[in-house]
Design a protein around this ligand. Structure first.
Ligand SMILES: Cc1cc2nc3c(=O)[nH]c(=O)nc-3n(C[C@H](O)[C@H](O)[C@H](O)COP(=O)(O)OP(=O)(O)OC[C@H]3O[C@@H](n4cnc5c(N)ncnc54)[C@H](O)[C@@H]3O)c2cc1C
Length: 482
């Protein structure tokens, strides 16, 4: 398959890509951007009809500082670098940042006893601006906190971002600078002939000089498929969430974190960039890599925990529920491995911090493979696409002239935003993808009022057409989204 559309910026166009990246989650999108900007001819291959359809579709959207990452780990380094680069580039890409800060709250004496160690760990990870707080100080910062707070500490630079506009921006920047995106293209086989990989997909054979496996929840299986071996096993870890209506967001200024344990960061209460309040996620191991089922009893328990943390939540309504799957493994750290002889890289087990680390992970992998990609010139003057701004605290398109009118009134999504999200090589190809790009149908009525108009606008433009009736529409995505 020839690298359509990318030869202009990248030379010969001999039909062989420099790099084939398998998996368009947040990690694959960040890798595509990094390698493209560095001058490589890149193809990003995704099995789903749209991008961000795996682990990256349902997370907490926290831009972590890495204060609680294992010191010295690859994860800690990638988070620190990814965090820094997000702050550096976000304004040029028009990406939001909700400057919340986080409070780690101890609710028992045992938890309070662990705070000094956590503060020391944060400092060891270079997060040296954490501030220990007494109960009274924590309450002064967060007056709505429930009874039982023993002590806390503040992490001023933990923030909330838009979990989808960031990876979409990385992808758009890659594609607008010459990368190729192939969707509905599961890699089903591959052969390395000593110099070049031939990857088989239902959309044709892709040839590339280097393969990067960024297949998230399927990372071990793709290793097996292409190399006959893997050194980790994915153990999907489900996280269920409850999303509250926008008035609830006034109850918490900070991200309210529990004291983390060895398995999970625990149940978080935080605002979202879209103006809601989130409670979750759980951490439940399961076999299924595709479906993140919602369990009524678990969601009720989440609501109970949320109202223990913020008692006033009992007066607020739930907008939506969703769940995501973390690509956890038997190891605590990421599984990043370069096989130079076979020109093959695994970027696996990016379990619960990939949104924050993605840019850093991509830079790390690019450095690790520098010797395999000699001779490229970084693009001197790359294109910087500006993303549609969907954050509630910023100016939205409905407030700007010429937007074609509001289609989704709950989330105030305009016709112009929807049309733009359907356009171009990185445009939405599924209803779930359209939601992630615009927020359409993600508000209080969950599409009850706007589905008819939306079905008309999207007719013939999605892989699976949507119906006018939201109750009979095909499931947007396993687990749905906030
Ligand atoms: C509940 C929860 C909460 C989280 N909270 C946060 C948070 O607050 N902050 C944070 O930084 N991180 C958070 N994360 C972590 C973050 O979401 C993940 O680390 C990240 O999404 C992993 O991305 P990935 O690209 O590795 O995998 P994925 O998103 O799974 O992407 C892999 C892609 O590969 C594709 N694929 C698989 N097999 C093939 C094949 N054979 N051919 C082609 N394509 C293939 C899949 O379809 C998929 O799109 C959270 C995750 C969860 C689930």
């Amino acid at each position: 398959m020839a690298p359509a559309g990318d030869a202009s910026r990248h030379g010969s166009g001999d039909g062989i890509f420099d790099v084939a990246i398998i998996g368009a989650g947040v990690i694959g999108c960040a890798l595509a951007r990094r390698f493209t900007l560095a001058g490589a001819r890149v193809v990003l291959i995704e099995k789903a009809a749209d991008v961000l359809d795996g682990a990256s579709k349902g997370n907490s959207a926290i831009l972590h500082t890495g204060f609680d990452a294992p010191p010295g780990s690859v994860e800690a380094a990638c988070i620190a670098e990814g965090y820094r680069e997000y702050l550096e580039i976000r304004a040029r890409l028009n990406l939001p940042l909700l400057k919340t800060g986080a409070l780690v709250v101890a609710w028992t004496d045992e938890e309070a006893a662990t705070l000094p160690d956590l503060i020391a760990q944060a400092r060891a990870n270079g997060v040296d601006d954490v501030e220990p707080l007494t109960e009274a100080e924590a309450r002064r910062l967060e007056p709505a906190l429930g009874p039982g707070v023993r002590a806390a500490f503040r992490v001023p630079r933990e923030y909330v971002i838009d979990p989808w506009s960031a990876p979409h921006a990385y992808l758009r920047q890659a594609v607008e600078n010459g990368a190729r995106l192939m969707t509905s293209a599961p890699v089903t086989a591959g052969v390395f002939d000593g110099g070049t990989w031939c990857l088989e997909t239902p959309r044709g054979t892709v040839r590339a000089g280097l393969v990067i496996n960024a297949a998230g929840l399927w990372g071990d299986r793709v290793d097996d498929l292409l190399t006959g071996t893997t050194d980790f096993t994915i153990r999907p870890r489900k996280g269920q969430f409850v999303v509250y209506d926008k008035p609830a967001a006034a109850l918490a200024g900070h991200i309210l974190l529990p004291v983390p344990n060895k398995v999970t960061k625990g149940i978080v209460v935080c605002r979202t960039a879209f103006g809601n309040l989130l409670v979750g996620p759980t951490a439940e191991e399961q076999e299924d890599r595709e479906r993140a089922g919602l369990v009524p009893e678990t969601l009720e328990a989440l609501i109970r925990r949320g109202t223990e943390i913020l008692p006033a939540l009992k007066d607020h309504e739930v907008t939506a529920i969703y769940a995501g799957l973390r690509p956890a493994t038997e190891f605590k750290d990421y599984r990043i491995r370069v096989e130079a002889a076979r020109r093959y890289v695994t970027v696996g087990g990016i379990r619960s911090t990939g949104l924050s680390s993605a840019l850093g992970t991509a830079a790390h992998v690019h450095r690790l493979t520098a010797g395999l990609l000699a001779g490229h010139q970084a693009i001197a003057d790359p294109v910087w696409p500006r993303m549609p701004m969907l954050a509630e605290h910023e100016t939205r398109d409905w407030q700007c002239a010429g937007n074609g009118g509001i289609v989704c009134h709950c989330e105030r999504v305009t016709r112009r935003e929807i049309e733009a999200a359907l356009d171009g090589p990185t445009g939405a190809r599924s209803l779930a993808g359209l939601k992630r790009r615009t927020r359409v149908t993600m508000g209080r009525c969950q599409g009850f009022y706007c589905s008819e108009a939306l079905a008309a606008i999207t007719a013939g433009r999605l892989a699976v057409p949507m119906t006018a009736d939201p109750t009979t529409a095909p499931p947007a995505a396993a687990g749905g989204e906030a």
